[in-house]
Write a protein that binds this ligand. Sequence first.
Ligand code: G3P
Ligand code: MG
Length: 241
Amino acid sequence: MSVKRPQIMGHRGAPSLAPENTLLGFKTAFQAGALWTETDVSLLGDGTPVIFHDATMDRCTDRSGSIAALSLDDLQRVNANQQHPAAGFQAIPTLAAALDCFADLGMGVNLELKRHDHVPPAALVDAVHPVLSSGPLPKERVLLSSFDFDVLKLARAAFPGWSIAVIAENATSEVFEVAQQIKADALNLWWETLSYDDVQRTRAQGMTVNVWTANEPDKVRSMVDWGVAGFMSDCPQNFRF
Ligand code: G3P
Ligand code: MG
C-alpha cells in the first residue's frame, strides 16, 4: 500500500523568509523543502510578462504607482525587496527568467495568471503563451491557474493538454461549472472556508484540491485526511507532513 503525501508549494516563494516572487524567494522555498511554488504572473505596461502579485509597486518595491508605468528596461532599477530589505537588491523577475530558475532548481510551478485592470484577458494569455510554450519547463511541471473565468477559458484554448486550476474563495456551483467547461484538473481553494464536502465533490469530478494560504500546519492537518493534494504556504519551512 502506498500513502500519497501532499505537495507543499511555496506561496510566492517563501515570503516569511525572503522577498516574495523573486528568484531569491524561489531558491529559498526550494531550500526549505518545497518542490513546487505558486507564483503570480502580471503584465507590465509594455506587455512584458513578469512575476509580480500586486497591481501597484507600493507594497513590495521602492517605487509607487501602477505596474503599468513599468517596462522591461526598468526592471534592473526597481528593487522588489521591501518586505525583506536585508536581502539586498532583488529585481522583479521576468516570466522567462523565473522559468529558467525553476528549471535549474528542478521545481514545479503553479503559475497564477493575474489580470489587473490595465490588461485585457486575451493580452495576458497571449503574452504568457510564447514564453511558457517555448520555455524550459515540461508541462508536467506546470499548473496554470487563475481567479478570472475569462482568462481560464482563453488559457484552456491556448494550452491544450496542460494542467489548469480554477482559483476560488468558495467552491460555488459557478466555479464547478467553469471547471467542467474548461476541463480543469484542480480547484485551488481558500483553506479558511474549505469543507470536507467541497473536497469530496471536487475529487468526485476527477479534480484535485489545493489550498491557500496554509501557514499553520496544525490547523490544516485534517485536510490531508480529507484528500487535499497540495498546500500553498508562505512558510514552507514549517510543513513536514
Ligand atoms: O494562487 C492562490 C493564491 O495565491 C491566490 O491569492 O492573492 O495570493 O494571489 P493571491
Ligand atoms: Mg497568487
